[in-house]
Write a protein that binds this ligand. Sequence first.
Ligand code: NAG
Ligand code: NAG
Ligand code: NAG
Ligand code: NAG
Ligand code: NAG
Ligand code: NAG
Length: 301
Amino acid sequence: MPISRIKSLRLSYPYYLTILLCIMFIYSSILSYYILTNDQSKCSNEKIPLISKKLLSTKRKLAVLVPYRERFEELLEFVPYMHRFLNRQMLSFDIIVLNQIDRYRFNRASLLNAGFTEIKSNYDYIAMHDVDLLPLNPNLSYEYPVQPVHIAAPSLHPRYHYEKFIGGILLINNKHFELVNGLSNRYWGWGLEDDEFYVRLKDARLNVTRPANISTGINDTFKHIHGKERKRDTVKCFNQREVTRRRDRQTGLRDVEYTVIDRRKLEIDGAPLLVINIKLKCNETATPWCNCTKKNDPSYS
Ligand SMILES: *[C@@H]1O[C@H](CO)[C@@H](O)[C@H](O)[C@H]1NC(C)=O
Ligand SMILES: *[C@@H]1O[C@H](CO)[C@@H](O)[C@H](O)[C@H]1NC(C)=O
Ligand SMILES: *[C@@H]1O[C@H](CO)[C@@H](O)[C@H](O)[C@H]1NC(C)=O
Ligand SMILES: *[C@@H]1O[C@H](CO)[C@@H](O)[C@H](O)[C@H]1NC(C)=O
Ligand SMILES: *[C@@H]1O[C@H](CO)[C@@H](O)[C@H](O)[C@H]1NC(C)=O
Ligand SMILES: *[C@@H]1O[C@H](CO)[C@@H](O)[C@H](O)[C@H]1NC(C)=O
């Protein structure tokens, strides 16, 4: 380095020091102003620390997983309603519709396994949620479930009142859903997959809790928007009846087979939702009842 340049550096040393001191002064002024105003707001408005504490405790992210096929009117009502309901609880959530687009019979359980696999890295817990059941009582909390929480409890559900009922709406954290290997993939057609899931939770010694201190009852806790004209697929063919009565120790989250065709972001009345279009695969040797037709099984009932 030429001598003249070193000289000029030396000369300007006090100049840099002054600038540095100025910056430090401005910085500390801003900092103390921030701390002071923050303290003032704490004194003048007690709600601010409460809200921020609430936000901190609900930082965990909820994926509302909705197994779905051809129920457009119900979806139109469900999404804006749930969006408002969960926003009031100040939760961090997304509504994700798992749309089954293959031609097999509806498989709620496999859709949940597939949906969970797709979204798990971005969320901490899921709500397994029927599209036709709207929570009316704002005290039904969708907060992070330390143990699985059955929101649609038998004492509150408009239709199902048996003690082991666990369908409708269930909150479970990712760790527990993985622990029980999700749901069985053998349930094509309507029903019973939730009863099998109950046994999975029980075998894993998870303690399902239900909403406490809810003042509403079976008539006014939920709104059931399932159209009576819509027939449920309760057909049984091949040996479905026999197999689906048993606990399934083989299939579940780890072996669900599907293809995601695409993901679409939509809005209904301003409420956002994600639709994942899913093609499930059926092993027709293991579960031939994924496709009940007279041609396949002339004896089906
Ligand atoms: C179901 O079975 C029928 C009759 O064998 C067949 O025509 C149809 O392609 C099958 N559907 C699927 C999705 O495999
Ligand atoms: C469930 O409850 C039982 C009895 O209260 C307790 O022993 C067990 O540890 C609980 N299970 C979990 C996973 O917390
Ligand atoms: C429910 O109410 C009872 C009595 O009012 C109270 O002791 C209990 O802590 C409440 N439970 C919850 C979970 O709020
Ligand atoms: C919700 O809980 C609060 C506090 O316990 C109670 O005052 C209110 O009546 C409850 N609301 C309903 C709809 O049950
Ligand atoms: C619910 O409604 C039905 C029909 O309106 C009525 O018969 C029943 O008593 C109600 N149950 C409760 C717990 O209010
Ligand atoms: C289908 O299921 C049968 C019987 O459970 C099994 O032997 C076979 O390996 C499965 N096929 C595939 C492609 O997974």
